[in-house]
Design a protein around this ligand. Structure first.
Ligand code: NI
Length: 151
């Protein structure tokens, strides 16, 4: 994800007291990850995983700290062949119809769609839409950008 949020200069995510974990991953996921690490010049997979987890934590902290009235732009990419997904996405959008100002849909490939939602409202509600969409099976990516309405 490349959300629009400011990375903190330094935070508490660099403790040197290491714990070892074992994780099972689909091989294509690991291959894609390793390719990124190679392109970015990482010296070890562990360091890449640590950075990825730090980004994930920062992103979700940023999401949790969002507050106040916002203009939001939600971009989602999904597989429309995933059973029940189109109906689920439509249901979610109807649940938030007071916040959603406009939506734009484009058929990207045979099975992938991109949808852009313009939403306006309380930051936590805007975030709620993005999180519900993110939780659906078959949704590949959800990006949320927000703009404060004050100031
Ligand atoms: Ni489509």
């Amino acid at each position: 994800m490349s959300p629009s949020f400011a990375d903190s200069e330094q935070d508490d995510l660099y403790d040197h007291d290491l714990s070892r974990i074992g994780v099972s991953l689909p091989s294509n996921l690991l291959q894609s990850f390793d390719q990124i690490l190679k392109n970015r010049g990482y010296s070890s997979r562990s360091e890449g995983i640590r950075d990825a987890i730090r980004s994930y934590i920062r992103y979700h902290k940023w999401m949790a700290d969002l507050s106040g009235p916002r203009q939001g732009i939600i971009t989602l990419v999904y597989d429309h062949h995933q059973r029940g997904l189109v109906a689920a996405i439509t249901d979610i959008q109807h649940d938030y119809m007071e916040l959603i100002q406009a939506s734009l849909h484009s058929h990207v490939t045979h099975n992938r769609c991109v949808e852009v939602l313009l939403v306006k409202g309380d930051a936590q509600q805007v975030k709620g839409i993005a999180e519900r969409l993110m939780a659906q099976k078959g949704v590949e990516t959800v990006k949320l950008t927000t703009i404060p309405l004050e100031g």
